[in-house]
Design a protein around this ligand. Structure first.
Ligand code: PLP
Length: 423
């Protein structure tokens, strides 16, 4: 790897001061507090370098976005080739990219999930799914799960149960009930003839890689069918190979009525999201083609990135790679748990969506901060800060993966006694 790309740009402190002034003072404070005041500059594969030339092993992939690694050459080339020809869409002429990606998604997704609407973010994909569920069923209510994370726009936030994200913004969308995840009895009690849709993640990502019991997803499918409600699976984080299958619902052979995708769909290069539905759900576009729309959704450049990301997913068998590397990670995390039971309460995960639950929330943050210092990037879980997540690119080199895990082991050996004292 070359080391000739250091920035001549401003120093971290200068940027943090401007972040305080122009972007988000609280975030600037967190960077300072955790000693994570480095500026990202160069990413390639599973490593990132800061402006000072320090290299980091990327164990978070931008919150499960760079499934194919940073700047995968095939995806970069596809986007460059598109840029040489077309940027965004005229919106007056036929845009072939969105049709091609929709067709490819229909081929790859299970069952008859075949109609796609494209946007940019996971929250937008969920907003649209919520609207479509009401239109398709004529019903108003939703059932979501505690710990589920679906984004922070008004509708998506209504599905996201965490109070500290919601309290300032109420009233949110009416008629959303939250039930415990992985609890079929609670789900059955909540779903009725007024339920438009059940919305959940097959594996809860931001709750800290929570994997349900084997019969859960099929059970929810049955409950929805019995009540005439739709099942929307939010695979914004679990999709695109992350859990060891192209789409996590495939682990349990369950086909939802709608699936939402984002993050990895843009190949780590561009923001791309999709809501993919069974055909009849899109019938409302027959009546009114503009009932829902996005000016930039499905644009040529984003679609070039998405098509290349799907090609890489399949051709490079990223899901298999996630499954195999996920086993390595879980084995190493489980052995850490055996060694430090007073500090690590649980190890969770499927594929390369894995989490290490600490007995004390500060424990996870201390480890995260120390790992950063020693050149490994990991992430906390937005819905449960006790869980530190390891979610690297799915094609991370195995030696690099082991090296990062060795560093985690060293950090645990150094910090476990202090964390244990926190109680
Ligand atoms: N759904 C899930 C499962 C997510 O993990 C996220 C983001 O982490 C979202 C939705 C929201 O996606 P975005 O931040 O792109 O709006």
């Amino acid at each position: 790897m070359t080391h000739d790309l250091h920035s001549e740009g401003p120093m971290p402190e200068e940027i943090l001061e401007k972040m305080e002034k122009y972007v988000n003072p609280g975030r600037a404070r967190i960077y300072r507090l955790l000693g994570m005041d480095s500026v990202e500059w160069y990413g390639q594969g599973s490593t990132v370098r800061d402006t000072a030339g320090k290299e980091y092993i990327d164990f978070c992939a931008g919150y499960a976005v760079m499934n194919a690694g940073h700047r995968h050459p095939r995806i970069v080339d596809a986007v460059r080739a598109c840029l040489d020809r077309m940027g965004l869409s005229t919106k007056t002429m036929i845009s072939p990219g969105e049709v091609a990606v929709a067709e490819r998604l229909a081929e790859l997704l299970p069952g008859d999930l075949s109609m796609s609407f494209f946007s940019a973010t996971g929250a937008e994909a969920n907003e649209f799914a919520m609207k479509m569920a009401r239109a398709a069923t004529g019903r108003k209510n939703y059932v979501a799960t505690l710990g589920g994370y679906h984004g922070k726009t008004m509708g998506a936030l209504s599905l996201t149960a965490k109070g500290s994200y919601r309290d300032l913004f109420s009233p949110l969308i009416d008629g959303v009930e939250h039930v415990p995840f992985d609890d079929l009895e609670a789900m059955a009690a909540a779903v009725d003839e007024d339920t438009a849709a059940v919305v959940l993640e097959p594996v809860q990502g931001e709750a800290g890689a929570r994997v349900p019991s084997d019969d859960y997803l099929a059970g929810v499918r049955q409950i929805c069918d019995d009540a005439g409600a739709l099942l929307i699976l939010d695979e914004v984080q679990t999709g695109m190979g992350r859990t060891g299958a192209n789409f996590a619902c495939e682990h349990w052979g369950v086909v939802p009525d709608m699936i939402t995708l984002a993050k990895g769909l843009g190949g780590g290069i561009l923001p791309v999201a999709a809501t993919v539905a069974r055909p009849r759900i899109f019938d409302i576009f027959d009546e009114n083609p503009y009932v829902h729309a996005s000016t930039t959704g499905g644009n040529p450049v984003s679609m070039a990135a998405a098509m290349a990301a799907l090609d890489v997913l399949v051709d490079e068998a990223l899901a298999d790679s996630a499954r195999d590397r996920g086993r390595i990670v879980l084995d190493r995390l489980n052995s850490l748990r055996e060694r430090y039971p007073e500090v690590i309460s649980e190890v969770r995960g499927l594929g390369l969506l894995t989490g290490l639950a600490f007995t004390n929330p500060s424990g996870g943050l201390m480890v995260l901060s120390e790992l950063f210092d020693r050149g490994v990037l990991v992430i906390p879980s937005l819905m449960d800060w006790t869980v530190m997540r390891i979610a690297p690119p799915l094609n991370i080199d195995e030696r690099l993966l082991e090296r990062g895990l060795d560093i985690l082991e060293e950090v645990m050996a150094d910090l476990a006694p202090t964390i244990a004292e926190l109680g």
